[in-house]
Design a protein around this ligand. Sequence first.
Ligand code: DX5
Ligand code: ZN
Length: 239
Amino acid sequence: MMEPTQPPLIAPSLLTGNFARLGEDVAAMEAAGADRIHWDVMDGCFVPNLTFGPDIVASTRGATSLPFEAHLMVATPDLLLARWAEAGCGRLIVHAEACTHLHRTLGAINELGLHAGVALNPATPATALRHVLDLIDLVLVMTVNPGFGGQDYISSMECKVAELARTIEASGQGVEIEVDGGISAKTIAGAYLAGARSFVSGSAVYGHPAGKRAAIEEMRAAAQGPNDGDASSTTSPER
Ligand code: DX5
Ligand code: ZN
């Protein structure tokens, strides 16, 4: 069950970083106070962009002790599940839109001893998860259409976050809500108040004038606002 005052977890994305120095970047994110690393895996098919394979991720595993989550924006996630486990990812997040047999895919991830998550594109309803909540520990609500960093936050997704928070609460399952896309100190509070507890951020972390640590600390503070985490005392979309 989601604690109203659970501090926000920040998972930086390396998508807008320098791919020639990924090892240094993951170490820098740990030093900056990040909670985990968000790998944006794109296959040029499910999304119109191409990024990292398991070998690239594995090559940075020794540079940090932070957990790795792989956001699989790929058309055939079942093909490489074991390779992502070997690469040191503790959580695999597949897109509901890419999985013909989502229940089977999530079961296969759990059988590898990994945490399973499901990502929902902006147009995909929260109800897509109703029958697999017992197989996952995270839902990733896309607050941009996937494929690129630096896009604008879609605030209308906060209603979907609130609906998911209600469904998860009613189910009694321990599923965390993470949001991804356009997250910065300006946008994080709305998603937090709606019920999200972890936040992917790329361009806001890389682009902050005072550096990565300042970006992460500023987002954490902004999420909980002046009330220091008492989410129930401020207005938010009906949970
Ligand atoms: C987009 C990715 C996001 C993206 C976030 O498809 O899934 O993780 O990298 O980057 P920003 O924070 O710049 O929107
Ligand atoms: Zn992502």
